[in-house]
Design a protein around this ligand. Structure first.
Ligand code: ADP
Ligand code: TYD
Length: 205
């Protein structure tokens, strides 16, 4: 079996930046790497992403939102993640079930137990070997995003919502310390990469 690593954190915490660096680092060591992102990563999951993040769908209910994320995830696991792991690849995924636990479970108030239960159907036993959580305050993350592109439906949420996301991530990192490694995202890109590379080296050896 391969290795399954997920990258988590609030919007703008630096996940994509760090995934690129980790990919280069591991490729340089000769590993086969598959990168994916959520919601997305397959034709169907990308189509679901267009529905979830459409900034005009402001009337979307919390249950609909949670089930759409879970549906996009089910397709990604079946089509990409599970086959890659069976072929001994290293899979690095930009967000996974912890995003649903935090955004839908905590920030939307649906409860993390319900979210993990529903997602059990979507992912089965395909759980990450390591989850890296980049911790950043809400203001910093969203102001980085504003510089990038037009904000999507989730990014347009209130500052209070983004604050609940940040606190939610801190909460689950305390709740599941054996699975989730919290890293301070306020340092330099190189410094954060060094910490992530060290954690991944440890799990590989
Ligand atoms: P995410 O994927 O978590 O939303 P990105 O990797 O896209 O975040 O980063 C958002 C923006 O912040 C990008 O412009 C990126 O260059 C910048 N950035 C990433 N990490 C850092 C850092 N440690 N310090 C300052 N800026 C950063
Ligand atoms: P993404 O495009 O990765 O956002 P960013 O690059 O800004 O971090 O993710 C899209 C949005 O979807 C993001 O705001 C987080 C949210 N999200 C959930 O609410 N639940 C989920 O299960 C996932 C995977 C993402």
């Amino acid at each position: 079996m391969g290795l399954f690593i997920t990258m988590e954190g609030p919007d703008g915490s630096g996940k994509s930046t760090q995934i690129e660096l980790l990919r280069d680092y591991l490729s340089g060591k000769g590993y086969d790497i598959i990168i994916c992102r959520e919601p997305g990563g397959t034709k169907i999951s990308e189509a679901i992403r267009q529905v979830i993040l459409n900034k005009d769908f402001t009337e979307m209910g919390n249950m609909t939102e949670m089930l759409l994320y879970a549906a996009a995830r089910a397709q990604l696991v079946e089509e990409v993640i599970r086959p890659a792991l069976e072929n001994d690849k290293i899979v690095i995924c930009d967000r996974f079930v912890e995003s649903s636990a935090v955004y839908q479970g905590i920030a939307r108030g649906m409860g993390i137990e319900l979210v993990y239960e529903i997602n059990q159907y979507a992912i089965g036993d395909t759980m990450p070997d390591l989850t890296i959580m980049i911790d950043i305050d809400a203001g910093t993350g969203i102001s980085r995003k504003k510089k990038q592109a037009e904000l999507d439906r989730m990014e347009r949420e209130t500052m209070e919502f983004h604050q609940r996301v940040v606190e939610g991530y801190r909460k689950i990192a305390v709740q599941y310390p054996e699975r989730i490694l919290k890293i301070d995202g306020s340092g330099s890109i190189e410094d954060i990469h060094g910490q992530i590379a060290a954690a991944v080296d440890k799990i590989i050896s």
